[in-house]
Write a protein that binds this ligand. Structure first.
Ligand SMILES: [Zn+2]
Ligand SMILES: [Zn+2]
Length: 111
C-alpha cells in the first residue's frame, strides 16, 4: 500500500471537508487534490504517524459539516429530501461547523 505524503514529510489525512481538496496535512494545514500528493511505500512508522494524524484530525474536525454533499444516515430530512445535510443544518450544527473550520484553519503555518 502507498501512503499519501505532504511535502513536509507527514502522512496526509484524507477527508471530505474541503471542496476539491481530498487530502489535508494536520501539521501545517496544506491541502492537496486527489492527484496532488506524492506517495510513499508504507512502513510501520508511517502507518503509526498516519493513525496519529487521523486521530488529531478527528479532534480538530469534530462537528464539521462536509462540503462534499454528504448526507447523514440518522437524519430524516436528509433521507426525505435527498439533499446534503449542510442545506438544512440547525444553527447549533452550523456553529459547531464554524468552530471546527476555525480549528482546521489554525493548523500550522501557511506556506
Ligand atoms: Zn505537511
Ligand atoms: Zn440532514
Amino acid at each position: 500500500m502507498k501512503v499519501a505524503m505532504c511535502i513536509c514529510g507527514e502522512p496526509l489525512v484524507s477527508c471530505m471537508v474541503f471542496r476539491k481538496f481530498e487530502f489535508f496535512c494536520v501539521r501545517d494545514g496544506r491541502k492537496y487534490t486527489f492527484f496532488g500528493p506524492e506517495a510513499a511505500e508504507e512502513t510501520p512508522e508511517l502507518l503509526k504517524r498516519m493513525d496519529e494524524n487521523e486521530a488529531l484530525f478527528d479532534r480538530l474536525a469534530e462537528g464539521v459539516i462536509s462540503d462534499g454533499g454528504m448526507k447523514i444516515d440518522s437524519c430524516e430530512i436528509c433521507r426525505d429530501r435527498h439533499e446534503p445535510h449542510a442545506y438544512h443544518a440547525t444553527e447549533a450544527e452550523r456553529e459547531a461547523d464554524r468552530q471546527a473550520r476555525a480549528r482546521l484553519a489554525a493548523v500550522g503555518a501557511p506556506t
